[in-house]
Design a protein around this ligand. Structure first.
Ligand SMILES: [Zn+2]
Ligand SMILES: [Zn+2]
Length: 465
């Protein structure tokens, strides 16, 4: 009987030891190599992630979700990210009168709550939301609460067509608090109010549309287009700065933020009781609670472009009349250090925009298999650039199943191919965890039984004495 107890104890100890590596792995940052990996962040939105690869998202649709983890881009870029939906989360936004609104959001993330996004490039991101709800959109996030955005680069567009009472567009974040530091945003922002009957609250800003996000060492290049039948709050940096709730005290900062000299906002405010806030720095400031120094912005007379013609909504290149079909297009190739893109230029007035970003171009050596492909999941291959040493990861196709006589089996394997990459890895992982738990429970039960048996036999011995 004692030998059973020893054996059971050994199994218990082995189980405990075996379970440690699994716990350790869960705490480590997860590497992202592919668009599928990027999407799977949704399964654990409070996790830590590291982007190990530049990813071209052309032709894919990104559905935003709320994020409270850490995403470290390690200097890599996401190209041509296309977003037309809002995330599921509803949050409270507020206007200048502290009136609150249930609001939805869009961007790479819907809401960042105490999360961090750093060292990430978004090249050719295109957020284009059309909705009949109160809504804020940004590029990195629609809403931020206590989050941090550090050392990011954004080149792209954010556009909102909306029927609502409270809405806005930001070059980096839509609405909220937290901080945006060491970040460059070169964006075209469009906000069109589809409902002339509601005297809404509209916000637009090169860094963020409204809230009290701290800013330091950021570069903003902004072209803004606002068509609104309510109250406009637009700024090169911030549409409206304001603390919430009333009575809340906070000493923030807007320091060393540079709005490029060619930044402009075009807008109309179709409203008999007009305020038409539009300023190269902050459109409206409710409470000046922040340190302000080291900033630069263009002159208000150049930046602010107001029109009183409310008959047509304002868009980039809206006045020229030259059809886009006659634009010249120039393909700029990527290099070892830079992404490529296509440049479209109007022959009449020189207006131009970039799209169709392409990956960097490297002299890649032999591939090294990092993850072997299976029947159900794609593998991963690493190649190193012989010139600059950059590491590039590409997917390896799933294995093709060997022909089987039964057609039903073929059907099954075909279904398996539709499953997301890495699902089998997760599945194997969870099977392992379940086995381990079963093993542990078994060991504990055996140990208890064994000790009880020993205890009983011990008592028996005692009686004999
Ligand atoms: Zn033109
Ligand atoms: Zn290279």
């Amino acid at each position: 009987m004692k030998s059973i107890a020893k054996w059971a104890f050994a199994v218990l100890i082995a189980g405990v030891i075996l379970s440690f590596p699994i716990r350790g792995e869960a705490a480590e940052a997860v590497n992202i190599y592919t668009f599928e990996d990027l999407k799977s962040m949704k399964d654990n939105p409070s996790g830590d992630y590291v982007l190990k690869n530049d990813i071209d998202c052309l032709g894919e649709e990104w559905v935003p979700f709320d994020f409270s983890g850490t995403l470290d881009g390690e200097g890599h870029g996401l190209l041509n990210l296309n977003i037309t939906e809002v995330s599921e989360g509803v949050r409270t936004t507020y206007d200048g009168n502290m009136k609150t609104y249930d609001t939805v959001f869009s961007g790479l993330f819907g809401c960042i709550e105490n999360g961090t996004v750093k060292n990430l490039g978004l090249y050719g991101i295109n957020v284009d939301v059309n909705i009949e709800k109160d809504c804020f959109v940004g590029t990195i996030a629609g809403y931020m609460d206590g989050g941090t955005i550090d050392n990011c680069i954004i080149e792209g567009n954010a556009s909102l067509h909306v029927k609502g009472a409270m809405f806005g567009v930001g070059g980096i974040v839509g609405f909220g608090n937290g901080k945006i530091v060491n970040t460059k945003a070169e964006t075209t922002l469009v906000n069109v109010d589809l409902d002339a009957s509601t005297r809404d609250e509209e916000f637009l800003g090169g860094a963020y549309a409204a809230g009290y996000i701290d800013l330091d060492n950021d570069d903003i290049n902004l072209k803004g287009y606002v068509s609104d039948h309510g109250y406009v709050h637009s700024g090169g940096m911030v549409g409206m700065y304001g603390l919430y709730p009333a009575g809340f005290e906070y000493a923030g900062y807007i320091t060393n933020v540079r709005v490029s000299q060619d930044s402009k906002i075009f807008f109309f405010e179709d409203n008999t009781n007009r305020r038409a806030y539009c300023d190269p720095v902050n459109g409206e400031v409710l409470n000046w609670t922040y340190a302000f120094s080291g900033c630069s912005a263009p002159d208000k007379s150049i930046f602010r472009n107001e029109t009183n013609d409310y008959s047509k909504d304002l868009y980039p290149h809206g006045d020229c009349g030259t059809d886009e079909a006659s634009f010249t297009t120039e393909v700029i190739d990527g290099t070892h250090e830079t992404f490529g893109y296509t440049l479209h230029t109007c022959p009449t007035d020189g207006y131009s925009y970039k799209d169709s970003y392409t990956l960097k171009v490297h002299d890649l050596g032999e591939g090294e298999e990092i993850i072997a492909p299976t029947l159900d999941s794609m593998g991963l291959e690493k190649k190193v650039c012989k010139t600059c040493g950059a590491e590039v990861y590409t997917s390896i196709d799933k294995l093709t199943p060997t022909p089987t006589p039964s057609p039903e089996v073929k059907e099954e394997s075909r279904e398996g191919e539709d499953g997301p990459t890495g699902s089998s890895v997760t599945f194997v992982g969870s099977i392992g965890s379940i086995l381990l738990i079963v093993l542990l429970i078994a060991a504990v039960v055996i140990t208890i039984i064994a000790f009880r048996v020993i205890l009983k036999s011990g008592k028996k011995h005692g009686r004999r004495k």
